[in-house]
Design a protein around this ligand. Structure first.
Ligand SMILES: [Zn+2]
Length: 113
């Protein structure tokens, strides 16, 4: 296989945290700490994101797993309506953001403050 080490896989939640922190004017070193990644990788990833913006996410109506109300979900990872996401789950501070444990349903999401 030619080339260097395999590129690190960026998860969608890391991409969105990256975008969010850049939009908030965070420094690259702060972003690197938040993502536990070399800031140069963060910078390169952000440049790549700017060149290839996310396609609009298809949304579909799902029932919230918490309160049962229908809401527009961005995908299988998104099973809680906004009020429940804001208010439910164990929230711990760390990594410069908020780690939300969704009761094991969707794993761990990291969102910027
Ligand atoms: Zn809900």
């Amino acid at each position: 296989m030619p080339g260097g080490p395999p590129p690190r896989q960026w998860r969608p939640d890391e991409d969105s945290l990256l975008r969010r922190m850049v939009a908030d004017g965070a420094s690259w070193s702060a972003i690197g700490r938040a993502l536990d990644m070399d800031r140069r990788l963060c910078k390169g990833r952000h440049a790549a994101l700017l060149e290839a913006p996310d396609p609009p996410r298809p949304t579909r109506e799902r029932k919230c797993l918490c309160c049962g109300r229908p809401f527009l979900s961005e995908g299988a990872h998104n099973r809680l309506c906004d009020p429940c996401r804001d208010g439910a789950g164990e929230i711990t501070h760390g990594l410069g953001g908020v780690v939300i444990h969704d009761g094991g349903i969707s794993g761990i999401r990291i969102t910027a403050l």
